[in-house]
Design a binder for this molecule. Sequence first.
Ligand code: SAH
Length: 355
Amino acid sequence: MEMDREDTDSTKRDIKSLTLAQLQGVMTEASQKSYRAKQLYEWMHVKLARDYEEMTNLPGTLKTFCREHFDYAALQLIKVQESRVDGTKKFLFALSDGNLIESVWMRYKHGNSVCISSQAGCRMGCRFCASTIDGLERNLLPSEMLDQIYAITRYTGERVSNVVVMGSGEPLDNYENLLCFIRLLTDENGLHISQRSVTVSTCGIVPMMYRLADEKLQITLALSLHAATDEKRRKLMPIANQYSLDELMRACTYYFQQTGRRITFEYSLAGGVNDTKEDVEKLVSLIKPLHAHINLIPINPVKERDFIRSGKEAVTVFKNKLEKNGINVTIRREMGQDIDGACGQLRRSHLLKRS
Ligand code: SAH
């Protein structure tokens, strides 16, 4: 048989990141009937098989072909921390190259939600965030984003109904893989999670927000705002040096126009930093025209960073002021407070212990 490019450079293709149509092409390559594609796809994306062994109705020749030509992403579960307060579970997984990532499972009234990572590490450098301290290790493949949900579904035995891409990493810095992941996750032949039940959170990479808007997906875009003036935002988030609030707000408006989906703003409250009366007044005038929803997140103090959480009273005053101005506000319910801390902290504490 002719050696294909993947064989010669020893990087195998990633089978769980292929669409059904692409898998049909694989069946032709493997001299198999095309209906096998659907069976294989179902094993991977509906029955959530961990490897080919489980795929009892597929011929041995096909499994051998796949093993030779493809990698099969299956995350290795390293650790689970379970909250005694609300049942929230934090998962630490190892990727096939040993990189570590974390994901969170939360139970809400309206269903189970999983928060996934989109990169191992992150290069955005937000000052309050633990995920970025050691920089970016690498982008996650679509299959590695999916497998966080699959592994958690197998572990809990319960269906996941909402997915938020709000774990470690900047999803719009891994754009192609993110899009492929969303397509597979929401595909009617796979888990078929509704696009409206998927939220992608970004620190605000403006050109990528325009690209995403043009895809006209029905997902929710969450924008990490955290400050209402350029000067303050630049102190918290290096990305603000590249794109001004003015450019960011225009991109948000465009996203809404193209998709009909309202943006959710995220605003992490750090005591004395961005939680004053002046801050909330500026915030009101910035976001009021967008009729958006705002999610306030009391900051999770990270050991290596010197931010403190806003006091209860400051949070209430902040919230009331927004509401008085007709802005829809929620305070992020603090799930799993007894088990964690902020994004990236479980991974980080594990890495520190190893070194
Ligand atoms: N890169 C994406 C996803 C990151 S995490 C983004 O920037 O949106 C999801 C949210 O948690 C972001 O709003 C992020 O700014 C916020 N966040 C990160 N670390 C935090 C901390 N220690 N306390 C509170 N919020 C934090």
